[in-house]
Design a protein around this ligand. Structure first.
Ligand SMILES: [Mg+2]
Length: 361
């Protein structure tokens, strides 16, 4: 980028050539929009930004996902949605070429993605050269047995994703990763995996948009943020979904986002920039934290519960900068780092407020 003399710093949306959104917990929760998300995405469309949606959910087709977004008031186009079924089909295409015979094991999204990629969906008795396994509500034992037999017969095995659970109204239910595990017990190979946190899904989405510098925006550390890291893309975590501020502090290396945002509205502001202090703490805006041995403390005058949201966000950013630096590069976790109770209370308040007005269980 050229050096600019413009005193107004560029917004996050301006400095990336694709905004690549995870869906559940970022754009919607279940059927309903995350508060503020429709307006924030609408503004990005109005500004002419390139937008994509990347989902590990293999059971719905991109058309169904885009239809859901349009019902919420987001002007999403079908081709902006990339599913893990499409990424799985891409993996098969790269290895076996167009026209390869593939046994689809999953919902309608799997079969549709194979056809779209120029592959041939076939039955278990038609000598499939590959098996693509994704989630489907109607999957039964005989489907899994067919998959196992084909894989033992030499078929390439590609899983759309390996999420062990998926959220339902009644709480977590077995996800595709659990059904992949059932097949794995009957075969001697591991599947290739297309979805997050493997890089294929994000790479496919970026390639379709012709983007070189996407911003991945998600709510999960182990899929969205890890996927951004594995894809070499900038990753932003929003606090509207699954990950709490305190969980973020303990994020292992490889799952630490480049940016921490309260919600999608922050895409229209410049990137916040925490800085380390010489004594091992960190600052961001007016917030300051320090390390006291193996404990992370808010400095005197730190924002507490009830403080303005942006001050609490800066407190979290500073705390993450200090905690992640202190955990070093090798251990993989923040280890024994404790969080001072007042700081923990402020961060807990932040988490609750970022998920405001959402239907909760
Ligand atoms: Mg999500």
């Amino acid at each position: 980028m050229a050096e600019s003399t413009d005193p107004t710093p560029s917004t996050l949306a301006e400095v990336h050539d694709l905004l690549l959104f995870d869906l559940d917990g970022v754009v919607y929760v279940g059927e309903d929009a995350v508060p503020g998300a429709v307006d924030a995405i609408g503004r990005a469309y109005d500004d002419g930004r390139a937008i994509g949606y990347a989902t590990n959910n293999a059971s719905r087709t991109p058309q169904e996902v885009a239809g859901h977004l349009r019902r919420l008031g987001i002007a999403a186009r079908d081709e902006e949605v990339t599913s893990s079924s499409q990424a799985a089909a891409q993996l098969v295409l790269e290895r076996l070429g167009a026209g390869a015979r593939v046994l689809p094991v999953g919902g309608p999204g799997v079969r549709a993605a194979l056809l779209e990629a120029g592959l041939e969906p076939v039955g278990p008795d038609d000598q499939p050269a590959a098996v693509v396994q994704g989630f489907g509500r109607q999957l039964g034992w005989s489907d899994l047995a067919d998959a196992a037999a084909a894989i033992r017969g030499g078929a390439l095995w590609v899983a759309t994703n390996t999420d062990l659970t998926l959220p339902t109204e009644r709480g977590p239910a077995p996800g595709n990763g659990s059904l992949v595990g059932a097949v794995r017990n009957a075969v001697d190979v591991d599947p290739l995996v297309a979805g997050k946190p493997q890089p294929t899904l994000f790479h496919a989405a970026a390639q379709r948009a012709g983007a070189h510098h996407p911003l991945v925006v998600g709510d999960r550390l182990d899929t969205d943020v890890a996927g951004a890291v594995n894809s070499g893309m900038t990753g932003a975590l929003v606090l509207t979904g699954l990950t709490s501020a305190l969980a973020l502090l303990a994020a292992p290396k490889g799952q630490r986002p480049d940016l921490v945002l309260p919600d999608l509205g922050a895409l229209h502001a410049p990137a916040p920039s925490p800085a380390r202090t010489v004594e091992g703490g960190a600052t961001c805006g007016r917030a300051r934290v320090r390390l006291a041995g193996a404990r992370i403390d808010g400095a005197d005058g730190s924002p507490g519960p009830g403080a303005p949201l942006e001050d609490l966000m800066d407190l979290l950013r500073a705390a993450c900068a200090a905690a992640w630096a202190s955990s070093g590069s090798g251990a993989g976790t923040t280890g024994e780092l404790a969080v001072e109770p007042a700081l923990a209370a402020a961060l807990a308040d932040l988490s609750v407020r970022c998920r405001r007005e959402q239907p909760s269980g």
